[in-house]
Design a protein around this ligand. Structure first.
Ligand SMILES: [Zn+2]
Ligand SMILES: [Zn+2]
Ligand SMILES: [Zn+2]
Length: 307
């Protein structure tokens, strides 16, 4: 993982998690601070508010990342960009693990609600002689921003956290593929309604954000369809993915590592029937992780893809 990634640069690393900042964040930060500056108070408070927003979004993303790790998933990267943060989390493909990894983000904001409003009230009680009026206003603003972020994130529209929580709950009942189709469909409809609303108010910026969310939701619908097709394929008995425990699909779905023609790596000792090349690895169609196959020793095959 490089220092710079697609317009984002790494700002720090904590507990094995790299935090990246997209360069556009700086532009929006400068614009946002400028609009918050007014004649009644020094610009330092506008800067403080924006930095607090940054901190709140970061804590939210760390909530996702640590929860994902606590259930055995992968989380190595957080990116902050103008529309908020993204924690690149890969929880194990189980509905409970996904639900916890998603819910932990908004849960951070829930914990912050009493802390921030409590702090704001305490600052007011302490009085203007002790606490600077600008500082008091600043704490109130931060408390409201946190509450606003919480409410926004919990809207049940995929890909917002609320929509992903809905999806993982539906997953328990109707399976992964179908849950993604339903939650994605709701998210796409909400996105379309939001675009129409934003355009009727002439808010181009909001319309672009809504369009972005709608595309993501539609991608969810399409991924759900592919997952359902995969879920309906027959599975091989006696072999399990070492990462997620799911059985591999029965059939020629893996491209040969040399000739690229489709083979079944769990048949014929993994040797390609077209070119004779022995497969070294197999990707799990369920969780997407690749695990080694060692055909020189049968017990190693069993170790890599245990029965
Ligand atoms: Zn989140
Ligand atoms: Zn081949
Ligand atoms: Zn797997």
């Amino acid at each position: 993982m490089g220092l710079i990634q697609g317009g984002a640069f790494r700002i720090f690393r904590i507990a094995g998690i790299n935090v990246y900042l997209h360069w556009t964040w700086l532009l929006v930060a400068a614009y946002s601070v400028q609009t918050r500056v007014n004649a009644n108070r020094p610009p330092i408070w506008a800067v403080a508010e924006y930095l607090a927003l940054f901190g709140i979004v970061l804590l939210h993303e760390f909530g996702h990342a640590f929860a994902c790790r606590s259930v055995g998933g992968k989380a190595e990267r957080i990116m902050l960009w103008p529309l908020g943060g993204i924690a690149f989390v890969e929880p194990p493909p189980r509905p409970g693990a996904v639900l916890w990894s998603i819910a932990a983000g908004p849960l951070v904001n829930v914990v912050l609600v009493p802390l921030l409003f409590g702090g704001a009230v305490a600052a007011d009680v302490a009085g203007k002689e002790v606490i600077n009026a600008g500082a008091s206003e600043c704490i109130w603003t931060i408390a409201w921003i946190n509450l606003g972020l919480l409410i926004f994130n919990l809207m049940p529209f995929y890909p917002l956290d609320g929509g992903q929580i809905l999806q993982s709950m539906l997953w328990f009942a109707v399976g992964r593929g179908r849950s993604l189709q339903i939650a994605g469909g709701i998210g796409a409809l909400a996105g379309a309604a939001m675009i129409a609303g934003a355009l009727s108010f002439g808010d181009i910026f909001l319309a672009v954000i809504a369009g972005f969310l709608m595309l993501q939701a539609w991608n969810g619908v399409r991924t759900g369809k592919i997952l359902r097709q995969m879920e309906s394929l027959p599975r091989r008995e006696g072999v399990h993915c070492p990462s997620c425990g799911e059985r591999p699909v029965l059939g020629r779905v893996w491209p040969c590592e040399r000739c690229q023609r489709p083979i079944d790596v769990f048949e014929n000792d993994g040797v390609c029937t077209h070119c004779g090349h022995p497969a070294q690895r197999a990707i799990c169609v369920h969780c997407g992780r690749t695990s080694p196959l060692d055909h020189t020793r049968h017990d190693k095959v069993v170790e890599a893809w245990p029965a």
